[in-house]
Design a protein around this ligand. Sequence first.
Ligand code: ZN
Length: 156
Amino acid sequence: MADVESFTLDHTAVRAPYVRRIAVENGPAGDAITNFDLRLTQPNEQEIPTAALHSIEHMLASLLRDRLTGVIDCSPFGCRTGFHLITWGEPSVEDVAAALADALRFIAEEATWDDVPGVSAVECGNYRDHSLHGAKEWAAAIAAEGISRDAFTRTV
Ligand SMILES: [Zn+2]
């Protein structure tokens, strides 16, 4: 089986919440694509409940595109401790962390149901499993800790 960088990370050594650049890959035409680890909770200590994570996912899909150029995809980890962010080009960790921090602040302080896109049966694969209340509580707690620019040493 192929080696996957994410599984070589020592999950006991990181200090969440943080943004970590996992890798930059270049396609055959030379385009760069960057993969980031947006770690919101401390691995093996806390995980975001599915409904809250699901609503955070739907909101980040719009909020990160509003704050960063080149967003391709932002999808939750199966362990429910954070998200992969895939972008065109090579945005800096600093810019991604600032965008994530502001998106979480928005979710915590301002978001209403009108700000959660795609929550109908037509638009979502499990539309009953959303929690705006949970999303706001988790976003507030994560934002209050600050988003570190380094995975191993808190740099907020
Ligand atoms: Zn959904």
